[in-house]
Design a protein around this ligand. Sequence first.
Ligand SMILES: Cc1ncc(COP(=O)(O)O)c(C=O)c1O
Length: 423
Amino acid sequence: MKTIDGRIELGGIPVERLAEKYGTPLYVYDEDTIVENYHRALAAFRKHYPRFRFFYAVKACNNPAIAAILVREGAGIDAASVNEIQLAKDLGLGGENVMFSGNFLSDEDIRKGLDSGVIFNLDDIATLRRVLQFGKPEIMSFRVNPGYGRSNVGEFVTNAGSNAKFGVHPDKVTEAYRLAKEAGISRFGVHMMPGSCITDAEYFPFVTGLLMDIIGKTGRELGIKFEFIDIGGGLGIPYKPGEEGLDLERAAQLTAQIFSQKSAEYGLESPLLMMEPARYFVGNAGWIIGKVHSIKDSYRKIVGTDVGMNTLCRPVMYGSYHHIYVNGKEDSPKEKLGLCGQLCENTDYWIKERELPSDIAEGDLIVIENAGAYGFAMSYQYNGRLRPAEVLVKKGKSWLIRKREAYEDMVANVKMPRHLKKS
Ligand SMILES: Cc1ncc(COP(=O)(O)O)c(C=O)c1O
């Protein structure tokens, strides 16, 4: 994002032009930012541990065009469902380039997952027993809950520790791998995902140490080799102005250090170190352009826009902050205002009070920052307010990568019983 004479440009295109061409609300992603984010992170980790690889957790922004950028740059795909496995396949990835990290899988998930031949990353021992009724994955890992989790929005997104639904309890990890080994599985990896949006570099070596101590003992006891050790996503980005970002170099250096040290201590023979971030690659590469419809002077002044909790649900779901710019008015005096979308739910009044330009007016364009991760992917249709379009920009060019939903999309799967059809 660049501001020239107060006007905002995304990927070298003025936001007025994007809004005029594609309408609002509109998700916009910058290809160059995604590529830069990916390579900055890859270089940092490979510098300290060359046998390192990223998988992209496609759930954060599942537009195939965005995933295609990361696949082109060399990432594998972390899939949460069989549909995300299919998405990876459509991009030409399969086998050991795709990891299936679902939880509480259905029989159909298991069957399709096995057929696809991807890495099975199981969330618990109970699922292993069910998987073995259908077949044997070539390579398998367990998601370990190392007993500690952290997130920038507190409990809401804490994916490990005693309150999390995810992963195998540390005391059950050896039993899990023993059962898999006894079933004839011979190739193993291990996985964890204890943190979300972490900007504290020390967190990464800390959780890596926890995992290595758990699986180091398991490896020794069972005589199994871990081909890869995946320490999850969680590389954080700053959301608030002035907030400090992650010192990636330090995170990478300290993580590689503890990883190498513990690998040697437990005789783990330099496994592949993996991570599967998403937010770090796409978060700051995505924006929402919205429009101010009208301004209501009530108990407070409320700016009514076309960006509701259906367009971006993170603020309402877990109180997360997204910075908002008003195109052409960033130098205006500020005033505390509310801001909302158009839904018939009061939670849609998603900013109760924020310093915004006091001359904000009908027709102004707002630009919401850091919307590339868990933005469109979590959007929904409520009140017939349908999902926005998505556009990719790069060096002054733009491509529509998902069209705006229309009424036909809202009713696409509806079947009307004959007795209710209008004669
Ligand atoms: C299993 C798994 N891996 C990776 C990620 C990506 O996390 P992040 O976007 O914080 O890097 C998630 C996000 O929830 C996840 O559940």
